[in-house]
Design a protein around this ligand. Structure first.
Ligand SMILES: C[S@@+](CC[C@H](N)C(=O)[O-])C[C@H]1O[C@@H](n2cnc3c(N)ncnc32)[C@H](O)[C@@H]1O
Ligand code: SF4
Length: 593
């Protein structure tokens, strides 16, 4: 009997003050598939934390094959672990697989598995078992059906982990299908699976949901690239999730909604109820030239506006993801894009992702040279990680392109930061909307003006300078040593600071607004009550001369009725939540009619 170990190490995450780990789903899936097809192998173990390497090696008595499931967050650890294994067990076959792996990994291993891993692993294990010479690269076409792939959850692979870790909350990867029909150049997923989507059997899906219900699963990450792409099936899955997981430990469900989304995704969010984190309506860039070269057949801009209307109708929280540093983006297209999102009705939230050049993408393989993309290695970059201890993991962070110098990138980052803090977190949103409706001041003019003034804004300028120097340091060194900021908190660390200077933020927004028109007291009152603040009581009524919803200059009464908690899943019990700010809720009433 030969012995295989899997390595899929991860950091622990901080989830509502409890420690959280991901089930090593990839390793578990590989093992159950191999175990189903081969009878002469036993599982030594699945290593899934950042254990002390020597301690872990000391616990191994026999190992014939070590499989390393490798991605951007564990490659350095895996390399170190593999070298230590080889030293103690020179005959052990070392194999690397996962989205991060390229032929360069042969330097550290006996073989690599490229693409979908299950069939390649069985081939490798058979070669080892039969004492055949092994290949250096295993690569097979994707499995034509997923019907024969057992679930590691229901097969009990993770049961001992749950038992060994009482009090830990678990995050589970949940696959209902595999594959993505798109091939966005920045994304490893599309590059690896581009084309047909294969579906898992509904019986397996239901059985996994029941397993999640019966175990301390606090987070489900739906790993489909485009959930909602299958009309009846995905609605049915959402219904089953809702029905099965009632009363379980589940706190939230995270998912990638279908790229060309429509009404269906709102239906799904509605069915999921409070565990839904909101709907992602991702654009990555609003620049048509960029969208073309990143091969992203984007939703039409008009469609985006329709989606925002649907969001209002369904009273659903939406957020939009963008990546800074994509090809052909300039600082002007970036600023225009951010404010266009507001013009199209996105006032809830944006996520600006740090552009990371991932090795198996066309962005890295083809476009880096084409667009003269310069990167630096950044450390401590994984969001939500509880603690780093001088960790060596790093990723390649885009700092300039042939259309964006380092200086432009810095300016674009700071502009995005300002929009997030002031508009999306709410301190200037009402004033900006009022100026837009009443005086036709577009969002770009308003926020360009704010950007000029922010460097001298009382109180806020200090936070501006803190973030600005942290970003510059990151660009130059790949690390941040500015007081209180980590690379992985750079985008969110100001939220709390802004809330602590609530009055300064609103006064600053008024000052910016006054550059365009005098701001009536009622608008200021409504602005002050937009965010939850115990200084101000609800319910409260303000009469304005505009209606933001219809964008008409008609007298409207705004009844500020209650706290609308936008981020149930992320609430930390204060006004500042991990997902964003808590806002009050307005009921509009047209008082002219
Ligand atoms: C894995 S993608 C899936 C999203 C979904 N399929 C879509 O296209 O909207 C999730 C998010 O990760 C971010 N992302 C993907 N690749 C990235 C990269 N190389 N650098 C930075 N962010 C990236 C993008 O913002 C994307 O919206
Ligand atoms: S970004 Fe989304 S749509 Fe594009 S390739 Fe990746 S998973 Fe597919």
């Amino acid at each position: 009997m030969k012995t295989v170990y899997f390595f899929q190490s991860q950091f622990s995450y901080d989830l509502k003050s409890a420690k959280q780990y991901w089930f090593p789903y990839t390793a578990g899936t590989l093992w159950v598939y191999a175990n189903q097809n081969l009878s002469d192998w036993q599982l030594g173990g699945i290593q899934y934390k950042r254990d002390n390497i020597q301690d872990y090696i000391d616990s191994i008595e026999k190992i014939d094959l070590a499989c390393f499931c490798t991605y951007v967050w564990n490659k350095e650890y895996n390399i170190e672990m593999s070298q230590a294994i080889k030293k103690k067990f020179p005959k052990c076959h070392i194999s690397f697989g996962g989205p991060q792996v390229t032929e360069q990994y042969l330097e550290f291993s006996d073989s690599i598995c490229l693409g979908e891993g299950e069939v390649s692993l069985v081939e490798l294990m058979t070669d080892i078992n039969m004492d055949r010479s092994t290949k250096t690269i295993y690569q097979n076409s994707r499995m034509p059906t997923l019907d024969n792939l057992p679930s590691p959850y229901t097969q009990g692979v993770f049961d001992s982990m749950v038992q060994a870790e009482p009090g830990t909350k678990w995050a589970a990867v949940f696959e209902t299908n595999r594959g993505c029909p798109y091939s966005c150049t920045f994304c490893e997923w599309g590059g690896l699976t581009a084309s047909k989507i294969f579906q898992f059997d509904m019986k397996r899906i239901q059985a996994e949901l029941e397993w999640f219900r019966d175990n301390p699963v606090a987070v489900i990450f739906l790993a489909d690239a485009n959930f909602g792409i299958f009309k009846d099936r995905d609605l049915q899955i959402a219904k089953q999730m809702n029905a099965t997981l009632q009363g379980s430990a589940l706190e939230y469900v995270s998912m990638n909604y279908a790229k060309n989304s429509n009404q269906r995704v709102f239906e799904i969010a509605k069915i999921l109820g409070t565990v839904s984190k909101g709907i992602t309506i991702s654009v990555q860039s609003m620049n048509p030239d960029t969208l073309k070269v990143i091969k992203r057949q984007n939703m039409k801009v008009n469609n985006f506006a329709d989606m925002m209307k649907l969001a209002e109708e369904y009273n659903t929280y939406t957020y939009t993801e963008l990546i800074l540093g994509l090809p052909l983006e300039t600082k002007e297209t970036w600023k225009q894009g951010l404010t266009n999102l507001m013009e199209l009705g996105q006032h809830n939230k944006i996520f600006i992702q740090k552009g990371l050049l991932l090795p198996n993408t066309d962005w890295a393989k083809v476009q880096q040279e084409q667009y003269n993309i310069e990167t630096v290695s950044i450390y401590d970059f994984i969001p939500g990680v509880e603690q780093y201890e001088n960790d060596k993991e790093h990723a390649e962070f885009v700092v300039s392109t042939n259309t964006m110098s380092r200086q432009d990138m810095h300016e674009s980052f700071m502009y995005g930061w300002m929009c997030e803090q002031m508009h999306y977190n709410g301190y200037s949103q009402i004033i900006a909307k009022w100026l837009k409706t009443k005086h036709n001041v577009n969002y770009k003019s308003f926020y360009d003006c704010m950007f000029e003034m922010i460097v001298n804004a009382p109180d806020i300028k200090h936070e501006y300078n803190r973030i600005s120097s942290a970003y510059l340091e990151l660009q130059q060194t790949g690390k941040v040593s500015v007081d209180g900021i980590l690379t992985n908190t750079l985008e969110i660390v100001s939220r709390k600071v802004f809330y602590q200077m609530y009055d300064s933020c609103i006064n600053f927004a008024i000052q910016v607004g006054k550059q365009f028109a005098s701001i009536p007291q009622e608008v200021i009152e409504l602005q002050r009550r937009f965010l939850k603040n115990t200084q101000y009581t609800t319910p409260y009524t303000v009469n304005l001369d505009v209606n933001f919803e219809t964008q008409e200059c008609i007298d409207t009464s705004y009844n500020v009725i209650d706290i609308q908690e936008y981020h149930t899943s992320f609430t930390t019990g204060t006004e500042v939540t991990r997902g964003g700010m808590k806002r009050n809720y307005f009921i509009y009433e047209n008082i002219n009619t």
